[in-house]
Design a protein around this ligand. Structure first.
Ligand code: PA5
Length: 453
């Protein structure tokens, strides 16, 4: 895939997991004509301007980095990303995976959930005089984001005065539509566009992700270069051996077809846990669909589950080993951590744990990981591995773009629209109705009716 990120799929073969769910290379090869047709169709939709996410790694970041430098020079020390779902998860994923050396700029914080306790604690803990708030919403109508914007604005007005408050806010939104865009002019906010042809969960490499990452001082060129390297292969290589996105899509599709209805992404790196959250949204919102592109009812999708190695070895793994045969465990592994710690050699250690003496935590973690992998294979459960040498920006960019392409290819194989999310729209409209938005009364009535049943 990339020189420091590779995919290993030996744990999927029928020799390991049996012929019912096993994914053999011959079955993947048989799918190749459909994968290549899907790959070409996505390329065409990119060329005709429909799928902007494919072009997003070409973003020229020089001006953005200069702007970010200006903000640092103006004395801003902290940034709060106000956004939810696709307007936040990708940014958080990259920032949490970042090494200390990759973040020399504004300290990042996220305001996404509207749990009042969390928000109050966050705001109370900030020095508002040196905090920049990024309000990120493509639609400009997301209740959570717009509500948090006004709470933060009110606090900033109280801290620095109304005449200075606007310089603490940056809007990242649709170039013309929505209710945030008009405020850019009336309030005099700095602003950046979200391209209309890129959906939230595919927007990491647009201003949605790049503005906060630039402020954090993250090496954007390396991130985007990694994404471009994967794109080149995903769009142009026509064999499974070369095109990892097609191989991943083939594996996931064949597993789904064999009744593996859940994919557990189990990260053995704390830094990658937010990336698993990003993946969960991408996979669930893109592929969980009621109808296909002809409008026939299909009710497809695969449930993505987040698991935390090694902690969930002491919690979830019992189920993965012995529960229903409906899961594929996809390990996210990191060979070399940013730091390591050694367990001291201590003569008084009991004999039963003497072998820990002098070991590093990474050695122990790798042994636990190898143990879980081997046990699942022994139990005939499908497993595969995505292995980072290190969490470098290029590898992270490649990982993100690869999964975006895999998801789009899955949409082609399943013949569904992977880029809409009709299932989440109704709930949002009902919430607007319940809060009294004019014209939304009929949606409020839905809630009142279903609650009374
Ligand atoms: O992927 C998506 O489209 C969604 O998760 C959106 O990003 C999310 O609902 C937030 O929408 P908005 O950016 O309009 O506030």
């Amino acid at each position: 895939m990339l020189k420091n990120l590779r995919y290993e799929r030996a744990g999927l073969g029928s020799d390991v997991v049996g012929s019912e769910v096993g994914v053999d290379q011959a079955a993947c090869e048989a799918l190749l004509p459909r994968l290549n047709a899907g790959r070409r169709a996505l390329g065409e939709r990119y060329k005709n301007g429909e799928l902007g996410f494919i072009g997003s790694p070409d973003h020229d970041v020089k001006e953005l980095q200069q702007w970010a430098q200006t903000k640092r020079e103006q004395g801003f020390k902290d940034q709060v990303v106000i956004g939810i779902g696709g307007s936040n998860l990708g940014t958080r994923a990259i920032l949490d995976a970042a090494r200390q050396e990759d973040c020399s700029g504004l300290r990042p914080h996220c305001a996404e959930n509207i749990d009042p306790t969390t928000i109050k604690r966050l705001l109370d803990g900030l020095t508002l005089e040196t905090t920049l708030f990024l309000v990120i919403t493509k639609s400009g109508t997301t209740l959570e984001t717009m509500g948090l914007f006004w709470i933060a604005y009110d606090r900033v007005v109280k801290a620095v005065g109304e005449e200075n408050a606007s310089r603490h806010f940056v809007a990242i939104t649709d170039p013309t539509a929505g209710s945030l865009r008009p405020l850019v002019e009336s309030m005099g906010l700095d602003s950046f566009d979200v391209p209309p042809n890129v959906g939230g969960r595919f927007s990491v490499f647009t201003n949605v992700g790049l503005v906060p990452l630039a402020l954090a001082g993250y090496p954007l060129e390396e991130l985007l270069e990694g994404a471009r390297t994967v794109r080149e292969s995903a769009l142009h290589d026509d064999t499974l051996a070369k095109n990892v996105a097609m191989q991943l899509a083939a594996d996931q599709y064949l597993l789904c077809s064999a009744g593996i209805s859940q994919v557990v992404m189990m990260s053995y790196s704390d830094q990658m846990l937010s990336m698993v959250d990003w993946f969960r949204q991408l996979w669930a919102e893109s592929l969980g669909k009621a109808v296909n592109r002809q409008g026939a009812e299909v009710n497809v999708g695969q449930t993505p589950i987040k698991a935390w190695g090694v902690v969930d070895q002491h919690s979830q793994v019992q189920l993965y080993m012995e529960g229903p045969r409906d899961k594929h465990v996809l390990f996210v592994e990191v060979n070399e951590f940013e730091v390591d710690l050694r367990i001291p050699e201590y003569p008084k250690l009991p004999e039963s744990i003497q072998h820990l003496s002098g070991r590093t935590l990474n050695e122990v973690l790798q042994a636990e990981l190898a143990g879980t992998r081997a046990a699942l294979r022994q139990a005939g459960r499908p497993t595969s591995r995505l292995i980072f040498e290190r969490l470098e920006p290029g590898a992270l960019g490649g990982f993100v773009f690869c999964w975006e392409m895999v998801t789009a290819l899955m949409g082609e194989l399943l013949d569904i629209d992977a880029f809409d999310q009709p299932g989440v729209e109704l709930g949002k409209k009902v919430a607007h109705g319940l809060l009294g938005r004019p014209g939304f009364e009929k949606y409020a009535a839905i809630a009142n009716f279903s609650e009374s049943k």
